[in-house]
Design a protein around this ligand. Structure first.
Ligand code: AP5
Length: 212
């Protein structure tokens, strides 16, 4: 098994959903740059204030800020990470290799899906504000409306950037930036594609085979 995993894919392609399953079955640590940024916003930090408008608009935070955020939150000496949401462009892919992944074995998994399917997934996503469990009002609704199946909390939230207009921007940003990222890993024979349009269980099975 690769010691470090890099999850690549469009907004809504299922990276966070599958990361949670890989963590609970295979013991990796989930490092989501989106989650890190959202917790900075929640805490009211200087960084949080700096990135709020950018994230609300669905644009990318600058590369230098992202490097500093990763450095502050990632210690590869004794952990096996899933990098979720990083890299987002060719330069970030190079930095991840040179600054973080040196001397480790890593594989990039691309969650491959037709982008036209994703707006519907994203506007229907709800996330438990207490335990982080991810739901979908269409494909994975909670058993009781508004209540988290996992922790029983009554705090299912819709992400601020999961509205139609911002989703359109996020998908456009992804489309423009992803090719050099895929080429980076493909060129080094480190890229594995999974069919992210399948059911969550089917994606997980394919992913497990790919990781082994
Ligand atoms: P981030 O938080 O990384 O968001 P994202 O990349 O847009 O990805 P999502 O979290 O929206 O999608 P996901 O693939 O995890 O989907 P999920 O599993 O939840 O980034 C947010 C923002 O932060 C960026 O816009 C940017 O501003 C900033 N940022 C972050 N990293 C950055 C970086 N490196 N550089 C610069 N800026 C950065 O699933 C979605 C929905 O689909 C759920 O409802 C789920 O239940 C459902 N679903 C999942 N799988 C399936 C399935 N197989 N079938 C049916 N439904 C499914």
């Amino acid at each position: 098994m690769a010691s470090q995993l890099i999850f690549l894919g469009a907004p809504g392609s299922g990276k966070g959903t599958q990361a949670a399953r890989v963590v609970s079955e295979l013991g990796y640590v989930h490092l989501s740059t989106g989650d890190l940024l959202r917790s900075e916003i929640k805490s009211g930090s200087v960084l949080g204030k700096k990135v709020t408008a950018i994230m609300d608009a669905g644009k990318l935070v600058d590369d230098q800020t992202m490097i500093e955020l990763l450095k502050a939150n990632c210690d590869l000496s004794d952990k096996n990470y899933i990098f979720d949401g990083y890299p987002r462009n060719g330069d970030q892919a190079k930095v991840l290799d040179s600054e973080f992944l040196k001397g480790t074995s890593s594989k990039a998994i691309y969650f491959d899906i037709d982008l036209d399917l994703l707006a519907k997934r994203l506007v229907n996503r709800r996330t438990c504000g207490d335990c982080g469990e991810i739901y979908n009002l269409i494909s994975k609704p909670p058993k009781t409306a508004g209540v988290c199946d996992k922790c029983g909390g009554h705090n299912l939230q819709q992400r601020k950037d999961d509205n139609e207009e911002t989703v359109k921007t996020r998908l456009g940003v992804f489309r423009e930036a992803i090719e050099p990222v895929l080429a980076h890993y493909q060129g080094q024979d480190r890229l594995i594609r999974v069919d992210a349009s399948a059911s969550s269980d089917a994606v997980f099975n394919e992913l497990k085979q790919a990781i082994k």
